[in-house]
Each structure stands twice: as structure tokens, then as C-alpha cells.
Design a protein around this ligand. Structure first.
Ligand code: 13P
Ligand code: SF4
Length: 318
């Protein structure tokens, strides 16, 4: 898009959201233009909390569908719009309600813990919901003797099992195609390309597994390793004294990292790590949703009421 067109559209969006008293929430993977016009950016947990506390009655959620659905479940009295209803998530598609019900039947006494990257129907079947930033603490809050069904992300699941030391976690074999595509080879190559480098990894990455033992010990060769949610990464790189960072997650996060830390260098573990669903949200679609107040995200009350119990437990644990 031409710079002139984009800045006019941005101004128009800023004017409209004020006039209509709409708050715009954007996930950290959104394109720079969309992050620029948002009121708040954040990770899944932070945005869910924000949705619950903002005074506006309409939320325009720039992210993928399950995130907007979560906001709609938390705030039944508010109206949640999404710029593109087709913005899905390969991870949330990796388990169906029937599959989960069958799994629960095989482990009738287990506690079902599901990542926030799941559909509302799946959340309605869960005991606890969690995000990448509180998954370890959610699992720690469950009595030791209880079996846990952890879904749908196998890399986050094995990270949680390692960090909690629990042996009674059954892990669903789902994955996010973006994070699973970042290989340990990608990471090693990038780490070796710079000195004085820290390495930050999202726990959905398949490369998490070989590095998590080093992360637990606080080191990987000469490089420091931290496994964090997207917002955790943004906070960490700000506070760190290191100058160079290799970042293993969706590349959209680099925009804010660079903006917040002009003196530091950030390189993606893989330039190919782009989520096409997150990138479906464009300024034009934001504008369209705002002008026409369209793409309302609704969750049937019966499902929302059940899902809210698991989400409230997630929100109560930091
Ligand atoms: P965060 O909750 O860490 O932002 O992650 C959400 C997500 O979709 C990662 O792919
Ligand atoms: Fe889903 Fe992966 Fe995209 Fe995150 S990056 S929204 S987990 S497909």
C-alpha cells in the first residue's frame, strides 16, 4: 500500500474508533500498520485481561478467531468484532470436540488443561485454560496425584512437563505449523552468526525440546536461552543487557522489539516463520469492520457459559 494511502487510512481509523468509542486490541504478531492503530498490543493472556477491563462496549480484535472468541466469552456484555472472520489457527484446528471427548473417556479422572489456542467448543470441555505465559503455573496449581490431559500443543506440553517435573501429563500431538517449522538447525546457524547473543524461544516451537534443558539450567553453550510468551519476550529483551537476540517465534514480533529497543539487534530464527492467519488482518479490513460494524464474533450462550469457567481459572493464575 502507498505510504500516503496508508497514513490517510490510519488517520481515518483513529478518528472512527474515537467517534464510535471502540477499543482496538492487537496481537504481537499483527502487521506493523495494524499494531500502530491499536490501543493495546499484547500476548493472548494480556489481551484477554485487557478485553475484560477496558471501558469500551465494542472491541475490535486484531488477531485470530480463537482470541476474539475468548474476548467474546469473557465479556458477554460487550460486542467483539474481528476484521476477518476467516483468520483461523492451525494449532486450534489440531483437535476436534469428538477427539477430546473420546480422550476424556479414556482418562475419566484426569483434569483437562487446554491452551487458549482452541475453539470455544473445546474450551467448553476443559477444566482449565492456559496460555504460553501461565501454562506452567496452571499445571502446578493442580494436585500432584491428578492425571492431566494437556492439549493441543505437544511442544508446549513437553515444556510444561519438564518445568513441573510431572510424569502424569498426557500430551495431545498437535502443533502450530509456524512454530513447528523453526528447526534446531535454523537456530544454531543464527546463533553462530553473532557474538554476545541471547536466544528467546516461544514454547510452541519444535526447537524448544533440545533447548529447554539448557533453558532450565540458564545457559546454552555461551548463549543465554529464555522460553517465553510473546509479551514475556518483549519484556525480557527490554530488560536484558545483551545487545543481540535471536528470536524463535512468528516474525511479526520483531517490529515492536526493534521499535522499543533501537540500540539492539534482533534476528528471526527463521524468516519463514510467518503466520498467514495473523497476516490476514489488514488496515483495509480494520477500516471496513469499523465503518460497517461488521464481523461480530458470537459464541452460543451454552458453550460460552461452560468455556468461561476454564477461562476464568486461566485469568486467575498469572
Ligand atoms: P502468545 O500468547 O505467547 O502471544 O502466543 C499466541 C500464539 O498464537 C502463538 O502462536
Ligand atoms: Fe495459530 Fe501458529 Fe498462527 Fe499462533 S502462529 S495463531 S498458533 S497458526
Amino acid at each position: 500500500m502507498l505510504v500516503q494511502q496508508s497514513s490517510t487510512l490510519k488517520e481515518e481509523i483513529l478518528r472512527l474508533k474515537k467517534e464510535k468509542d471502540v477499543v482496538i486490541l492487537a496481537h504481537n504478531y499483527q502487521i506493523p500498520d495494524v499494531q500502530d492503530i491499536s490501543d493495546f498490543t499484547g500476548d493472548s493472556l494480556g489481551l484477554s485481561r485487557k478485553a475484560a477491563t477496558v471501558p469500551q462496549k465494542t472491541i475490535l480484535f486484531c488477531g485470530v478467531n480463537f482470541m476474539a472468541e475468548t474476548a467474546a466469552i469473557i465479556c458477554p456484555e460487550k460486542r467483539v468484532l474481528i476484521p476477518d472472520l476467516e483468520a483461523g489457527c492451525s494449532l486450534s484446528d489440531s483437535i476436534t470436540v469428538d477427539e477430546l471427548r473420546n480422550w476424556k473417556k479414556q482418562h475419566p479422572d484426569a483434569i483437562a488443561v487446554g491452551y487458549v489456542n482452541t475453539t470455544a467448543e473445546i474450551k467448553a470441555e476443559l477444566d482449565y485454560c492456559c496460555t504460553s505465559s501461565n501454562a506452567v503455573n496452571v499445571v502446578k496449581s493442580i494436585p500432584e496425584d491428578k492425571d492431566i490431559l494437556f492439549l493441543p500443543d505437544m511442544f508446549l506440553g513437553s515444556y510444561v512437563a519438564k518445568m513441573t517435573g510431572r510424569k502424569n501429563i498426557h500430551i495431545w500431538a498437535g502443533e502450530c505449523h509456524v512454530h513447528a517449522g523453526i528447526t534446531p538447525e535454523d537456530v544454531t546457524e543464527k546463533l553462530n552468526s553473532m557474538d554476545d547473543t541471547e536466544f528467546v524461544i516461544h514454547p510452541e516451537c519444535s526447537c524448544t525440546t533440545p533447548f529447554m534443558y539448557d533453558a532450565a539450567n540458564g545457559s546454552f553453550d555461551d548463549h543465554k536461552v529464555s522460553i517465553l510468551s510473546t509479551e514475556g519476550m518483549l519484556n525480557h529483551v527490554k530488560e536484558s543487557t545483551a545487545k543481540n537476540f535471536v528470536v524463535a517465534t512468528e516474525t511479526g514480533i520483531l517490529y515492536k522489539m526493534k521499535k522499543d529497543n533501537p540500540g539492539k539487534t534482533f534476528i528471526p530464527a527463521s524468516e519463514k516463520a510467518e503466520c498467514q492467519y495473523m497476516k490476514m488482518i489488514t488496515l483495509e479490513k480494520v477500516y471496513d469492520a469499523l465503518v460497517n460494524e461488521k464481523n461480530v464474533v458470537t459464541v452460543p450462550k451454552k458453550i460460552a457459559d461452560k468455556a468461561r469457567l476454564a477461562i476464568d481459572r486461566m485469568l486467575a493464575i498469572s
